[in-house]
Design a protein around this ligand. Structure first.
Ligand SMILES: *[C@@H]1O[C@H](CO)[C@@H](O)[C@H](O)[C@H]1NC(C)=O
Ligand SMILES: *[C@@H]1O[C@H](CO)[C@@H](O)[C@H](O)[C@H]1NC(C)=O
Ligand SMILES: *[C@@H]1O[C@H](CO)[C@@H](O)[C@H](O)[C@H]1NC(C)=O
Ligand SMILES: *[C@@H]1O[C@H](CO)[C@@H](O)[C@H](O)[C@H]1NC(C)=O
Length: 320
């Protein structure tokens, strides 16, 4: 493990940009909170976070396995026969895999997005399409002006947006449910966050949308962070795991900012794969959580997990 100061780490992660001549204008940083964290109980974890983690993991399985809901241990963990996929798509490459399903156990629809391969996640996030661009006003009609999002995330979200919205609208009626759970890991977490905003702005306000995402990179500017806070509020949670560097990129000094809603896992029990110390981090960019230490050790494996209940985000346990 390499110990480097946060700011330096962020700069190093932005080096591919500098090499390509992208100007790193210092746009000023948004606010950071230093409010004390509070412990998150096992009951809260089991009730609110384990199931989303299990769904996010399944987005890494092949479309074929997800369509049949026969994806080995990841599907079994949720209870066989309790989930009916409504749409399964993506190609695992340019369009990361995704699905919309009916979860009978919780009487809700689930939207889940696959992330990127751990070995290349940092290059994807820091790739050519790193630039902030105005949010799409067709998909996000209530965003207002000034909201900017990561170019690459926005294009990727757009490729599945119409399918996701149409499937959710139809599913709410055909399955007679009024709740939607949105999840994803890594790049999939960034897409899922945009999906949650899109759904909230386009569905009847009575539809309850809850979003829990894992290993989320920063997705946009301060106005975007504030939009997430004002639109999704406490229904939005992003889980960060120990020394995962992904939630600290793209860096704040070029204008990126996280919303509120961070829950940070600071210790896990290696034998069981359970989180043993988990805290809620009030405010945006809480200095007591993933972005806060003056020194930290970057660990790419921490990006994978385990998050809760031994759920690691990869296709390793899925059938081929
Ligand atoms: C916004 O998203 C829609 C739907 O995916 C797409 O057709 C349209 O081209 C996008 N608009 C812009 C300005 O990118
Ligand atoms: C739909 O669900 C509600 C409760 O959530 C129930 O009262 C109603 O009877 C259901 N409608 C149908 C057609 O099943
Ligand atoms: C946790 O998951 C890993 C695979 O991700 C597996 O090898 C291991 O046996 C699991 N541990 C427990 C205690 O279930
Ligand atoms: C790990 O968490 C699961 C539920 O999430 C629980 O059933 C199990 O007892 C926990 N194991 C340990 C060793 O804490």
């Amino acid at each position: 493990m390499v110990y480097i100061p946060t700011r330096l780490a962020a700069t190093l992660l932005a080096l591919p940009l500098l090499a390509r001549g992208v100007p790193l204008v210092d746009r000023g940083e948004g606010p950071s909170s230093d409010e004390a964290t509070t412990a998150v109980s096992d009951d809260t974890i089991n009730a609110n976070f384990v199931r989303p983690a299990q769904f996010a993991r399944i987005a890494y399985c092949s479309s074929d396995a997800v369509e049949k809901w026969d994806c080995g241990e990841p599907c079994q963990a949720l209870g066989m026969g309790d989930v009916e996929p409504l749409v399964v798509g993506g190609d695992g490459g340019r369009i990361p895999r995704f699905f919309v399903a009916h979860d009978k156990t919780t009487q809700s629809l689930v939207v889940a997005h696959q992330g990127t391969d751990a070995s290349n996640v940092l290059s994807v996030i820091n790739d050519a399409e790193f630039i902030l661009k105005d949010i799409n006003s067709t998909l996000f009609p209530k965003a207002g002006s000034g909201v900017q999002v990561h170019d690459g995330f926005a294009w990727t979200q757009e490729r599945t947006a119409d399918t996701v919205l149409a499937t959710v609208k139809a599913g709410l009626v055909s399955k007679n449910v009024s709740k939607v759970a949105v999840t994803g890991h890594s790049l999939g977490a960034a897409i899922a966050t945009m999906d949650a905003l899109m759904l909230k702005m386009n569905l009847d306000p009575s539809v309850e949308i809850s979003t829990v995402v894992f290993g989320l990179p920063r997705g946009g500017n301060s106005d975007y962070a504030n939009l997430i806070d004002s639109t999704l509020g406490s229904s939005f949670t992003f889980i960060t795991h120990k020394n995962d560097p992904v939630p600290t990129v793209p860096p704040r000094f070029i204008g990126y900012q996280h919303s509120s809603g961070e829950v940070h896992i600071s210790q896990t029990d290696a034998a069981s794969g359970n989180a043993t110390v988990t805290v809620a981090c009030p405010g945006q960019e809480n200095s007591n959580c993933v972005d806060g230490n003056s020194l930290f050790s970057i660990s790419i494996p921490d990006h994978i997990g385990p998050y809760f209940a031994n759920v690691s985000m990869s296709g390793k346990n899925c059938p081929l």
